[in-house]
Design a protein around this ligand. Structure first.
Ligand SMILES: NC(=O)c1ccc[n+]([C@@H]2O[C@H](COP(=O)([O-])OP(=O)(O)OC[C@H]3O[C@@H](n4cnc5c(N)ncnc54)[C@H](OP(=O)(O)O)[C@@H]3O)[C@@H](O)[C@H]2O)c1
Length: 258
């Protein structure tokens, strides 16, 4: 199968400290892509940067970035050293769900945090990076959406809405840049076994583990493979969207458990 060469490109990955973002960063480094790793947990990023530099001889920098804080995002490019400034690939992965209660029972602050990170942070960073992507002759915006944008469920009012936002934002931006070399993709995973549920249930590990019990959930590498596919297509091929679920998952809300 044809695979475009990504060697020497520069990618910025948000949420690189865990789960899908970490797996995607490893996949990109294995292709010789130089990386800007972003998240709040800088210790994790520094460890990952060291690992990837040693294993793949790529350039990697770790950037402490809070996607809920506009001032943290708008200065990101100015604080990068010259060799990382020509970004070709933006992976908008940082995101979270908080709570699975009815909206009326949930803390308003939790709902607003999801909107800050999943929506405002994503569009702010995209706005900052797009002029750079436009200078490349082959660039990508890869947004991590979710099957949560397809199916409403009780307890998902705000999370599902944020992922619908990501989907529509991706679909509109794709139209706006179709006269340019930028390709825009929305990746929509089903249940992936990451720290996502531990965050959602605020550290309640038993509750988080129960989500993945009784069936074989997706792994972060499965979604990194989706992203690898998107980035390695020939230049005339744009993958608009990929939906991937575990074999035992039928929809955002239906999972067959043993
Ligand atoms: N796991 C699933 O079942 C699933 C399904 C569909 C879609 N998704 C989506 O996939 C993406 C990645 O999630 P994951 O499953 O890999 O979960 P994860 O393991 O919890 O990773 C989430 C990442 O987002 C970062 N993040 C969260 N809040 C942030 C903030 N305020 N500023 C900067 N970074 C922040 C975290 O980094 P720090 O905490 O270090 O900042 C972490 O690296 C999310 O957009 C999620 O909505 C996940």
């Amino acid at each position: 199968m044809f695979m475009a060469d990504l060697k020497g490109k520069v990618a910025l990955v948000t949420g690189a400290s865990s789960g899908i973002g970490e797996a995607t960063s490893k996949m990109l480094a294995s292709h010789g892509v130089n990386l800007i790793l972003c998240a709040r947990r800088i210790d994790r990023l520094n460890n990952l940067a060291t690992e990837l530099k040693n294993k793949y001889s790529v350039d990697v920098c770790a950037v402490e970035l809070d996607m809920s804080k506009k001032e943290s995002i708008v200065n990101i490019v100015n604080n990068l050293s010259e060799k990382f400034r020509n970004i070709d690939i933006l992976i908008n992965n940082a995101g979270l769900a908080l709570y699975k209660d009815a909206y009326s029972d949930a803390e308003l602050g939790d709902s607003i945090q999801m909107i800050h990170v999943n929506c405002e942070g994503l569009i702010t960073l995209t706005k900052i990076i797009m002029p750079i992507l436009l200078k490349s002759d082959n660039s990508f915006i890869v947004n991590i959406g979710s099957v949560a944008s397809d199916t409403p469920y009780a307890g998902g009012a705000v999370y599902c809405a944020t992922k619908s936002f990501v989907e529509m934002f991706s679909d509109c931006i794709r139209i706006e840049v179709m006269h340019t070399p930028i390709r825009v993709s929305n990746i929509k995973p089903g249940l992936v076994d990451t720290e996502f549920s531990t965050v959602r249930f605020k550290g309640d590990k038993a509750k988080a583990d129960s989500i993945y019990e009784g069936f074989e959930a997706l792994l972060s590498d499965d979604i990194a493979s989706n992203i690898e596919y998107v980035l390695t297509r020939p230049k005339h091929v744009q993958i608009a969207s990929i939906t991937t679920m575990a074999t035992s998952q039928g929809s955002a809300t239906l999972v067959h458990k043993k």
